[in-house]
Design a protein around this ligand. Structure first.
Ligand SMILES: NC(=O)c1ccc[n+]([C@@H]2O[C@H](COP(=O)([O-])OP(=O)(O)OC[C@H]3O[C@@H](n4cnc5c(N)ncnc54)[C@H](OP(=O)(O)O)[C@@H]3O)[C@@H](O)[C@H]2O)c1
Length: 282
């Protein structure tokens, strides 16, 4: 039975929480710390950040403020595009640790597969793993062809792929590929950045199960075996998004949500990411 502390066993045996808090766009420092501590109080055990989100310092503050043991939490961060490369990634990782004031991360990801650097970046992530500075390796926004390129040289296969995934972008082929390689899939923008919440099918299911549209979508992800990291800065939503372990969607209803797919992205496609766009360079 799924519970708030249910985990996915990664390739190396590490247990990764199935449910956590995404913290993208939490830019107001006080609000970010409050959101994260509210989540930890509500039972969330995972936080998904990135150097690009500019709130790693706040993640560290929230961990300390929560009074929880570091080993009871699962903290993910990511190396940003213009920090990629072997030495650069090692330096970026060190900076993330310093900002959070922690001495290891649970998971560290290549944020996007920047064509000229993603292979060296992953080699650096493997080194961090060998040095026991991270408990698991992974990538984000990697398509099958990126993964196959990495597999050809990797000593340690990436254990997680974090991809955009919600009812309007179900990513069936990529998820099946990851599953066949025993990689966990984390769904980013699991609510479609809020856009999928007003879909009439989701709204109808919310009425049927007496749940919120967000709870319906989060439950759909959980029953689909993905790791899910909804973001909210609103305390009542943070709490209600976690109340998804007391009901189960019937198979037919799961299927109804599957059919909402439109291959519609809220973000960039990994193969056409505008790496040279100054908006994405820090
Ligand atoms: N790897 C990557 O490239 C990548 C890219 C994007 C995101 N991510 C990760 O994935 C996480 C989640 O994705 P996301 O932040 O883009 O989008 P999301 O979780 O799909 O949606 C967040 C939006 O939904 C709203 N929301 C949350 N719960 C709600 C509820 N119960 N009712 C109504 N509205 C609700 C939030 O509003 P309020 O905050 O105002 O409450 C926010 O506007 C990120 O925070 C980040 O950690 C990774």
């Amino acid at each position: 039975m799924l519970q708030i502390d249910s985990t996915k066993t990664l390739l190396n045996g590490i247990e990764m929480p199935r449910f956590g808090l995404g913290v993208y766009k939490m830019t107001d420092s006080k609000q970010a710390v409050e959101a994260m501590t509210t989540a930890l109080r509500a039972g969330y055990r995972a936080i998904d950040t990135a150097s690009f989100y500019n709130n790693e310092r706040e993640v560290g503050e929230a961990i300390r403020e929560s009074g929880m043991n570091r080993q009871d939490l699962f903290i993910t961060s990511k190396v940003w595009n213009n920090d990629q490369g072997y030495d650069e990634t090692l330096r970026a990782f060190e900076k993330s640790l310093q900002l959070m004031e922690v001495d290891y991360l649970d998971l560290y990801l290549t944020h996007w597969p920047k064509p000229d650097t993603y292979q060296d970046t992953y080699r650096a992530i493997e080194r961090l793993y060998d040095e026991k500075l991270i408990r698991a390796t992974g990538v984000s926004n990697h398509e099958q062809h990126h993964l196959e390129t990495l597999f050809a040289k990797a000593n340690v296969k990436p254990m997680v792929n974090q991809i955009e995934h919600h009812p309007y972008l179900t990513q069936v082929a990529l998820r099946e590929f990851c599953q066949s390689e025993n990689m966990a899939v984390t769904a980013w923008s699991p609510l479609g950045r809020g856009r999928a919440l007003e879909d009439p099918v989701i709204v109808k299911l919310a009425e049927k199960y007496r749940k919120t549209p967000a709870q319906i979508i989060i439950r759909w992800h959980l029953q689909n075996d993905t790791v899910v990291i909804p973001k909210s800065v609103t305390p009542s939503r943070i709490e209600s998004n976690a109340r998804v372990f007391d009901f189960e969607l019937e198979q037919l209803d799961m299927h109804m949500i599957d059919t909402l797919n439109r291959d519609e992205r809220t973000g960039n496609h990994p193969d056409t990411f505008p790496y040279d766009d100054p908006r994405y360079n820090r």
